[in-house]
Each structure stands twice: as C-alpha cells, then as structure tokens.
Design a protein around this ligand. Structure first.
Ligand SMILES: [Zn+2]
Length: 324
C-alpha cells in the first residue's frame, strides 16, 4: 500500500515537473469554454494535413514575399512572410469583409480562426513552413452569417492600425491620434477606439522617426554634425553623474549663421526668457532673441534645462557669452 501511494505521488510529481499537469488543466478549461470536441484533436489533424501536403523544400531562391495590405488574399495556398504578417492579413480580411474574426488558436507556428457569428461555418487555418513563411491551409471561403454591420473596434488591433498610420504620418508628420482615427474610420468604415489609435500612432511614429527616448542618445551626434557642417556654431551638452550612469542635464545651441546675423545685422539688444515644456518630458526651454534691422525677431540661441534655477541660468548665460 505504502509503496503504491509513493509510486502514484512520484508519478504525479514527474508529470508536474514535465509540465503535463498544467497542460491538461489548461486543455480542459479551454474545451469547457469552447464548442464541441472534434473527433480528431485539431493539432493532430493539422499535423496530418501538413504531412500530406507536398512541400518543395529544395527551392533555392524563393521570391521575397509581399502581400496587399488593403486587400490581402487569404485563400488556400496564399503564403505570407511571417506569422505576424499573416495575422495582420487575416484581420484586414475580416475588416474588409465585415465580419468579426474569432482567434481560436494563435502561436508562432499555427493560426486557427473562425467567424464569430453564431453558426457561421467560415474558418481559416494557417501554419508556418520550413522557412517560417506562413501558408493558408484551409479557408472555407463561404460565410453563412449576416455580419455585415459596422464593426466595433475588436478587429482593429494596434498592429493593424499602426500599419495603416505609417503612410498617413509619412504625408503629415505631426498628425495626431484623433486625425488618424478619423482618417482610418472614414477609409475602412469601422469604429476604432481612441486608445488603440493613440498607441498605434505612437508605434507608427516610433517606426518612422525613431523613439523619443532614443533621441537623447543622438544629441552628441547632432552636436558633431552641426560642428562639422557649420563650424563656429556652439552646441553644448551638460551631463551629471548619477551613480555609475551619466545623465543628461542641460543643452545649449547657437548656430554660426545666427551668431553672425546677430553680431553683424541686429540691434545690440537681446531678449532672454524661457518657456515651460509640457508633455512627456517637462522642463524649460530658454531662448535668446534679437531684433534685426526691420525690428523683426531674430533667433540667436536656444537651450533646455529642467527648471529655472540660478545655476541653470548662469550656465545658459555663460554659453551665450561664449557664442557672441
Ligand atoms: Zn461569417
């Protein structure tokens, strides 16, 4: 008896250690929440199907795959460069065809989706191939639902919106989330919630212009480039030591052309003040302005610092003095 109990306990522990127990529980919960159990487990079914398909593994040079972002072809046999692309494509397909996609399974190797409408038989399956491209294995094509309503949000993922925000931002760099939202809703006839658009627009902007955070790292390159292209310009970056890290503290720049313009063509007068910067990074932007011969404003120097301390102002004035 004792021996048996110990054996069972051991077996359980071994199973648990191998992750089987967790997998079983997850599986049961998933099945309980889902539709009737098919006769053959779908994973197995997919595997069998994959095996039965003749794949030419030897193709030495495969063409670069691309796909139509607005009207993707997701019929059987279509191939996408990656699972990421396929997921974007199938979402776009759902939006274009005005049905709601249910993702039944999605990982790096396989995708199973169906139509959310009650009783609609449409389903799609895709799986990755030897080169990580993704091929559509099943698409029943026919919907028997009437889901031709305006979709609310669920289909337009951040990735989907970001993909479409990129061309918009290329045309108009400072396009805000609100404007992106309106443009996409108008074009695709869907409602997309503002938050999705907000994060997607940020994502698209990061992809196009780089991240705001990273731009600090570019300051020294900016300085080097300005000094190279416009010798005589003054670009100063001041840092502080924070433990073993060097942190940005303050910044000053005056272009050579502005310095010359001030010295040669302006009244001997400077107006100096700073303005508050709001948004992701707070701080102050000091500026020195002159008046030219027409009494028009003539910019001389700008800077950034965290706040209007005496120390910061002295530093700014020292740089300014050095420049002129
Ligand atoms: Zn349907």
């Amino acid at each position: 008896m004792d021996g048996d109990a110990a054996a069972v306990a051991d077996e359980e522990r071994v199973f648990e250690a191998m992750g089987f127990k967790a997998a079983n529980i997850d599986g049961e919960e998933a099945r309980a929440a889902e539709i009737p159990i098919p006769m053959i487990p779908t994973e197995l079914e997919d595997d069998l199907r994959d095996v039965s398909i003749l794949v030419d593994d030897k193709a030495p040079e495969e063409p670069l795959l691309d796909w139509d972002r607005d009207h993707p072809d997701v019929s059987v046999g279509s191939v996408f460069p990656s699972m990421y692309d396929f997921r974007l494509a199938v979402k776009q397909h759902a939006i274009e065809n005005e049905f709601e996609l249910r993702t039944e399974h999605s990982d790096t190797k396989r995708f199973r989706g169906s139509c959310k409408a009650n009783g609609c038989p449409w389903l799609i399956r895709a799986s990755s191939q030897h080169d990580n491209s993704v091929r559509v294995q099943i698409n029943t094509l026919e919907h028997q639902c009437s889901s031709k309503c305006r979709l609310e949000g669920t289909m337009a993922s951040q990735a989907w919106v970001a993909e479409r925000a990129i061309p918009l931002l290329k045309r108009k760099h400072n396009m805000g989330a609100k404007e992106v939202q309106e443009a996409l809703q108008d074009k695709y006839k869907i409602n997309i919630n503002y938050q999705t658009v907000y994060y997607s627009t940020q994502r698209a902007a990061d992809k196009l212009f780089g991240k705001w955070d990273d731009s600090w790292d570019w300051l020294y390159r900016f300085k080097a480039e300005v000094e190279l292209r416009s010798p005589g310009s003054v670009v100063e970056i001041d840092t502080v030591q924070d433990g073993d890290k060097v942190r940005f503290s303050r910044f000053f720049y005056a272009y050579k052309a502005c310095i010359d313009g001030f010295l040669n063509g302006c009244h001997p007068y400077l107006s100096i003040d700073s303005t508050t910067l709001n948004g992701q990074w707070n701080g102050h932007m000091p500026a020195a302005m002159a008046l030219d011969g027409h009494n028009w404003m003539f910019p001389l120097a700008f800077g950034f610092f965290d706040s209007e301390t005496k120390d910061n102002w002295i530093w700014f004035m020292q740089q300014l003095l050095k420049s002129i």
